[in-house]
Ligand binder design. Sequence first.
Ligand code: FES
Length: 227
Amino acid sequence: MLLETHRAEIETILSRYDSRRSAVLPLLYLAQDTYGYLTEAAIREVAAILDMPPTDVFEVVGFYTLFYNRPVGAWVLQVCDDVPCCYLGAEELIAALKQSLGIAEEQTTADGMFTLQRVKCLAACDRAPVVQANLDYVYDVTPERVNALLANLRARAAEARQRGVSGRFAEDFEWGPDGALVQIDRAAPYQPRRFPAAPPPAPPEPEPVPEADAGHDRPADRKASPL
Ligand code: FES
């Protein structure tokens, strides 16, 4: 079926590689976006197109967290819980998402909109905590921003369904000064995270004067030694 519906795209993908099996990742993404997730039949179909043993393709699907072998929501929310994100509140963020969505990790909301997952480092540690929605990156997500994030994604559900969960058309988002999500221009230069300016250091406290030096016992006031 993939060959019937996407023959031209598959031939373009295959033409990029010397070896057919090298095209396994893009073909799996194509299959995932076509069927919504990677069914056993879809995995076998990709294996047949690439002349690969199906077991090899099943292994690839099992290895990567961006391949789903069961139904998922229109948006798959992957929250990084690696060390830098945890230092900046990833656990609190996951708890807030679970509460707002009414689901546990690895579950999908009843309306089929969101699946929630934990993942390891998403390579955007300087903008932690990070959420990957399909493959759109959203930076600096705090528990207070969860409702705005979910509202934004719900409003873009049709776009997500049209693009597919694989995120082959990923974008980056950050928070504007008014608290709304803003898409980052792809051509914009990289902007590191901006931290609030540190307050100026307090003036040093005056050193306490040792009792022996207080007042009358300074050298100029001492009596001459009788020796
Ligand atoms: S630790 Fe979260 S993006 Fe690297």
